[in-house]
Design a protein around this ligand. Structure first.
Ligand code: F6R
Length: 370
């Protein structure tokens, strides 16, 4: 059932391209029109939505953070992201014009389910982004957008994450289409970029695996890792840090690169591995320059720099000790490729340390208690 792979995690990371592709199938036509008849919430009600709150836990919450950047940009309505267990117990402001988007791979996470129930009791509509047909969260939501990643067996979530981001993007573009918020051309070109992503993920899997394995061998004994990113690279940094801590039991911290000088830089000492998610240089040059200056700052303190960056980025070549390359893509699409080397890296480090990557200690695949 592992289909020739030596772990489910390995198999599932290699299913990232298919997970994205399958999540797009049947949801858009060739002239850039998104069809989400499966979302049974009345179009007029969706048009009247004035706030979105995305909820989830762990990896799903990082997919939700990515969703915030994209949906606010396209739809121009406020999007909040909150951990489901925090949301539920703080009396959040919910109205019939609030759309709550609950993201869950298993569809059985009790924290997320309780938050969903609370939102519905307060009169808000809940749309679930879920990977498991007929799961509790899918059943109790007003509407479901299934991620089509296929069953995920390894405890650490991988292909479900890229599928969740893809589904959130489809939802965002659909709402943009409904609200007329983004010109048809922009929806069209964004969908075209999204369709290109499976091939770009495949490129990372095909060309970067050896470098990632080598890096894992070199760094497996490190006591801790820092992961930094900006904009959509921030949730990717959080997710990279989570993967490594859960399966390799290495202490990691992920944070927004802009926070460095507000505290975390105090942790940087010679040899400390610091992973940077570097945004594309085109388009959002400012972001790129800021991340590069963060790299310079920690490099000056002797850190070992590991970068995830766009192919041939000259600044990264200059400063990074180790680079995992990815093909060029628009900034908003970059999490779909940038997370892939971090998934492989976490798996390779865990294997180096001799751990069972599919069944990390103390963790369960679905957390059905609050
Ligand atoms: C991380 C991981 C967990 C889950 C979280 C939510 O690799 O697996 O952080 O993402 O427990 O689970 P779901 O998506 O099933 O609600």
């Amino acid at each position: 059932e592992k289909g020739g792979w030596d772990s489910f995690m390995d198999k599932e990371i290699h299913e990232d391209p298919a997970a994205v592709q399958r999540t797009l199938i049947g949801r858009m036509d060739d002239d850039g029109h998104i069809n989400l008849d499966e979302v049974r919430i009345d179009e007029h009600e969706l048009k009247s939505i004035d706030k979105i709150i995305v909820i989830g836990c762990g990896t799903a919450s990082y997919a939700g953070m990515v969703a915030k950047y994209a949906i606010e940009h396209w739809v121009r309505i406020p999007v909040e992201i909150e951990l489901a267990h925090e949301f539920r117990y703080r009396d959040p402001i919910l109205t019939p014009r609030t759309l709550v988007v609950a993201i869950s791979q298993s569809g059985e996470t009790m924290d997320t389910l309780m938050a969903l129930r609370h939102a519905r009791e307060q009169g808000s509509k809940v749309l679930a982004i879920c990977n498991t047909q007929g799961a509790s969260i899918a059943r109790e939501a007003d509407a479901v957008l299934y991620t089509q990643a296929g069953p995920e067996v390894a405890v650490a979530s991988t292909k479900a994450f890229v599928a969740q981001i893809t589904a959130a993007y489809v939802l965002g573009l659909y709402l943009a289409q409904l609200k007329g918020a983004v010109y048809r051309d922009e929806i069209h070109s964004t969908l075209a970029s999204l369709k290109d992503m499976p091939a770009k993920i495949q490129w990372v899997l095909d060309t970067q695996a050896a470098a990632i394995e080598q890096a894992a061998r070199e760094l497996a004994d490190s006591k801790s890792f820092l992961f930094l990113g900006r904009h959509v690279g921030y949730p990717v940094a959080m997710e990279g840090a989570l993967k490594l801590k859960e399966i390799a039991y290495t202490f990691t911290e992920g944070f927004a690169a802009g926070e460095l000088k507000h505290g975390p830089i105090a942790l940087v000492e010679p040899g400390e591995p610091v992973v940077f998610i570097v945004p594309p240089k085109r388009g959002r040059d400012v972001l790129h320059a800021k991340v590069i200056s963060g790299i310079e700052e920690v490099k000056a303190r002797g850190a070992t720099i590991i970068a995830v960056a766009e192919e041939n980025d000259p600044d990264v070549k200059r400063y990074a000790d180790i680079v995992f390359w990815r093909p060029a893509c628009p900034t908003l699409m970059s999490p779909l490729v940038d997370v892939v080397p971090l998934q492989l890296f976490a798996m390779d480090v865990a294997k180096q340390k001799g751990y069972d990557v599919d069944k990390p200690r103390n963790l369960a695949k679905s957390v059905t208690v609050e």
